[in-house]
Each structure stands twice: as C-alpha cells, then as structure tokens.
Ligand binder design. Structure first.
Ligand SMILES: C[S@@+](CC[C@H](N)C(=O)[O-])C[C@H]1O[C@@H](n2cnc3c(N)ncnc32)[C@H](O)[C@@H]1O
Ligand code: SF4
Length: 402
C-alpha cells in the first residue's frame, strides 16, 4: 500500500493535518499475550495473573482467533515476519492449544517462510515432552525465564522453580531448539558482583544463542514496591552491567541493545522490529498494537483483565483504546526505540517509519552531536557511549514541548 507522495515536511508544519505521509509500510510482527502464571512474582508488573485452578485454555484460544480475525482488515495482505507468544507464562498452554493457535494464524496471515516464532517458558512449567510439542506446533525459538542460578536469589524472587529445574529447562530447550534465549536479572536483593558473574557463567555452560540480562527494577503496584528489599546501590549495579557485558563479549556475544546479547546472527528479530519502530499487531488480554497506514500511525490496547477480555471478545471485540499518534509525538517515540540499539539505525529509517522529514529533528540532532551524545554520521542515528549513559536526557531533548 505505498502512498504516492514523497515527504518534505519542515519543523513548522509538524502540527498540520496530513503531517504524516508514509511511502512504504514497515515490517509487521504479531504478538500474542497469554496472561496467566502459576504464581505472581513479587517484582513483576506485567499483565500476568495467578491462575486459580485450570486456565480457560480452550475459550482463550477461541478468543485469540476471533481477535485476530477482527483485526485482519487493518493488516490486510501484509506479510508477517515474526510471532512472539509472551506473557504471563505461555508455556502453561498445552502443545495442542498452541498448534491450534498457530495453524489459525497461518491460515489467516501470510507468515514469511522463515518467520521467527518465539514462545516464553517458565522453568517451573517446562517438561522436555512439552518442548517437543511446541516445536512440532511451529515454535522456532524458546525464551526461558531463568532469572538466576542461585537458590538464595530464586527464593528472594519468589520463583516457582529451583536451580535444578532451571538447569534442566535450559538443557531441554537447547536439545529441542536451534535458537534459545535465557532471561537473567541482576542487581538482585543482597547480590554481589561475584554472584552475578556466577549466574552468567552458569548460563554460558549451555551456550544459548541469546542472553537477556535485565537490571531488576522496582515497579509500582508490585509486592517489592510495597515492601522494598535491600538492593545493590547504583554504582554497584553499573559495575555489574559492565562485568556482564565483558564476560558475554569474551564468549562471543554481541551487546546490541541495553539488555540484549546475541551470538552471531541470533539477534531477536521480533524485538529488533519493535526497536526499529516496525509495526506489530497485538492480540490477547492487554496486548498493545502499533499499526501504520499511508497517512497515520495508530496505537491500540485490548482490555487487560483476562475475564473482561474473554467477556468482551464474546460480545464482539476487546479493544479498549485506539488512537492516532500525534505527529509531534512521533520523533521521541521513534528515538526511544531506535536509540536503545547500540548500533542505532540507518538515518533513512526516521522518515520511512515516522512519515516525517528528518528536518523536523535536525536542530536537536545537531545539538546532541555537539554535546557528544550522538555519533556525527550522515548514515546512522546512533548514540555515543556517553549518549547511552545519559539516554533519558537525550530522549528528553526530542520531546515536542509546544
Ligand atoms: C514475561 S517474563 C518471561 C516468561 C515467564 N513469565 C517467566 O518469568 O519465566 C519476561 C521477563 O521479564 C523480566 N522481568 C520481569 N519483571 C522485571 C523487573 N521488575 N525488572 C527486570 N526484569 C523483569 C524477567 O527476566 C522475565 O523473564
Ligand atoms: S516474571 Fe514471569 S512468571 Fe513471574 S509473574 Fe511475571 S510473567 Fe509471571
């Protein structure tokens, strides 16, 4: 659906109607949310709910398929590059349910032949036989939520699995899939630098293709927010991040985004599409979508509570909010994603993905280069090391204040 006109907006008409003109549409991904977990972790603010008894699996897959069908007109004819089934704990689903879901996706959307299809798994719900079933259903990449390989820290994090189960899950994932990710968290309650490195070394023994190492953050509306644990201070956490980067680099893992590390060619294509301001259709409870059209970029969110979502779907649709992103907000939204990537993005992507001319941010870019926060390049939009350290300040400079 290419638009016919080219884009030559100046900063002065960023507020005018029709300010956004996309000449091509970005790559499209599909996100599927599964909102249940065995137990809610005390640090987690994801849309995840403790499953009391059996989850309504059959009804939920039906709802997801209807959700997808209702959304099809907004992505008609566009190939889908990646699928990510996240949560919550999608590994709670039976492989048969996943097979029904992915078959329905394939029958309704044009998945590219080598589409990346990721599923998130919690080691407490993981059995090797299940992994075989997930692979047979079409999953190509498994992401295992390990968090730590220390009994003390798994307990402090309220995880439902022990060290042995975490190790068994990584091993089973590795045997079953050619492409796996392991999630770790660091700067945990009472954690030392040596303990962080011991976690990373423990994971490296399995040589996963991808490692995500997240700095534990204390989020509002979590147990940890109400009863804050004693955490390593800011400087210790920065030292841990540095040490993780060095250890992973020495084992051949490239650091390509704040928390993401990959062996050669194993960057997560789904997340890369988010960071490159690509499009995504999100289905399921609380899922977010970002969809582009020739003259606008839209965002949507589904109802968050699983029961409410199911009720709304039964009544004909579960979209809670839907809006067009204002042209003045697009530069900062683009930069918030693109500048998380260590290599940044090609400069042409700004106009391609926002539908605005890069002249609307020319002055700010120049100032960021002068302040040593961005690389002076005609080809790329990329932060310097200093820019990565002061990313929030840099992003603030792209907020449209008028
Ligand atoms: C949806 S969960 C992954 C799958 C599964 N639910 C699990 O926990 O095993 C996504 C990841 O986000 C990370 N995460 C969640 N809450 C976090 C927090 N407050 N700070 C840092 N990382 C967090 C964890 O590493 C977690 O594995
Ligand atoms: S971290 Fe994972 S398992 Fe724990 S509550 Fe959040 S989504 Fe569920």
């Amino acid at each position: 659906m290419p638009a016919s006109s080219t884009n030559n907006l100046s900063p002065s008409n960023i507020h005018s109607p029709g300010a956004v003109r996309l000449t091509t549409l970005p790559p499209l991904s599909l996100y599927v949310h599964v909102p249940w977990c065995v137990r809610k972790c005390p640090y987690c603010d994801f849309n995840s709910h403790q499953a009391r008894g059996d989850i309504p699996e059959h009804a939920y897959i039906d709802a997801l398929i209807s959700d997808l069908e209702l959304a099809l007109p907004s992505v008609w004819g566009r190939p889908v590059q990646t699928v990510f089934i996240g949560g919550g704990t999608p590994s709670l689903l039976h492989p048969e349910s996943l097979d029904r879901l992915l078959s329905a996706v394939r029958a309704r959307m044009m998945l590219i032949p080598d589409a990346e299809i990721t599923l998130e798994a919690n080691p407490g719900t993981a059995q090797a036989a299940r992994f075989d079933g997930f692979r047979a259903a079409g999953v190509t990449r498994l992401s295992v939520g390990v968090q730590s390989l220390s009994a003390q820290h798994l307990r402090a994090l309220g995880r439902i699995h022990d060290v042995q189960q975490a190790q068994t899950a990584i091993e089973a994932a590795r045997n079953c899939f050619d492409n796996i990710n392991v999630d770790l968290m660091y700067a945990l309650p009472g954690q030392t630098l040596e303990q962080v490195l011991s976690d990373v070394r423990g994971v490296l023994e399995y040589a996963p293709q991808h490692v995500s190492a997240y700095h534990l953050t204390i989020e509002p509306n979590t147990w940890f927010h109400r009863y804050p644990p004693q955490l390593p201070d800011h400087d210790s956490a920065a030292e841990m991040q540095q040490a993780i980067e060095s250890l992973l680099a020495s084992h051949g893992y490239g650091h390509y985004e704040t928390s993401a590390f990959a062996q050669q060619d194993n960057r997560c294509r789904h997340n890369l599409n988010y960071w490159q301001f690509g499009d995504y259709l999100g289905i399921g409870a609380g899922a977010h979508s970002k969809l582009s059209f020739s003259d606008r970029i839209t965002r949507q969110m589904r109802y968050k509570q699983p029961r409410e979502y199911l009720r709304r779907m039964a009544a004909g649709g579960a979209i809670q909010t839907s809006n067009v992103v204002l042209a003045k907000d697009l530069p900062v939204e683009f930069m918030m994603n693109a500048l998380r990537l260590v290599d940044g993005v090609e400069r042409r992507m700004f106009a391609e993905r926002t539908g605005l001319s890069i002249t609307v941010v020319a002055t700010r870019l120049m100032q960021a280069v002068e302040a040593g926060l961005m690389v002076d390049s005609a080809e790329r939009l990329q932060t310097t090391l200093k820019g990565q350290r002061f990313l929030n300040d840099l992003l603030a400079s792209f907020v449209e204040s008028q």
